[in-house]
Design a protein. Structure first.
Length: 160
């Protein structure tokens, strides 16, 4: 597929990240059910591996693990808004960590018993992309630590 021309408006934050993803929207919250083949076509290989196959980026390697900008974090696969920067906190885990989601259905939870561990997987509430895991060792007021992969997050700064 060809990237958008200069007369076409990209459907995502940047053409480089989402060259041909017509499913990306920061306002649409309806559930997406797409085939693996479609996701492979519209996502970059790195985002696809984490979002659709549950891969994990290396600790301390992602662009947002220590980022302090003010704004909103969205799913890189579909644009669903997930977290606000004021819910982000410094964690020693090496991945961006949040203590609460933007809204109750921003994310969904699944039991994950891979690698002999009992964990709770966090997936996007709109497209079911793997985002990371949630743990009960976060700060007040929730006590939660949403440990997310930077590669499956997009950041939109607040307008000044």
């Amino acid at each position: 597929m060809l990237p958008p021309t200069t007369t076409q408006k990209p459907t995502a934050m940047t053409e480089k990240q989402h060259p041909v993803n017509p499913y990306y929207s920061r306002t649409d919250t309806t559930s997406l059910t797409l085939s693996d083949a479609v996701w492979k076509e519209v996502l970059s290989p790195a985002v696809y591996e984490v979002a659709r196959h549950g891969s994990t980026e290396h600790a301390f390697s992602g662009k947002y693990w220590d980022y302090e900008g003010k704004g909103s974090y969205s799913c890189a696969a579909c644009g669903n808004r997930l977290f606000r920067s004021d819910a982000k906190f410094a964690s020693s885990c090496g991945w961006p960590s949040f203590f609460e989601t933007l809204r109750p259905n921003s994310v969904l939870y699944r039991r994950d018993s891979s690698f002999g561990m009992a964990r709770t997987e966090v997936v996007c509430g709109r497209c079911k992309a793997h985002l990371g895991h949630v743990f009960d060792d976060g700060p007040a007021p929730t006590g939660k630590r949403f440990c997310m992969n930077s590669i499956v997050l997009d950041f939109e700064p607040d307008k000044e």
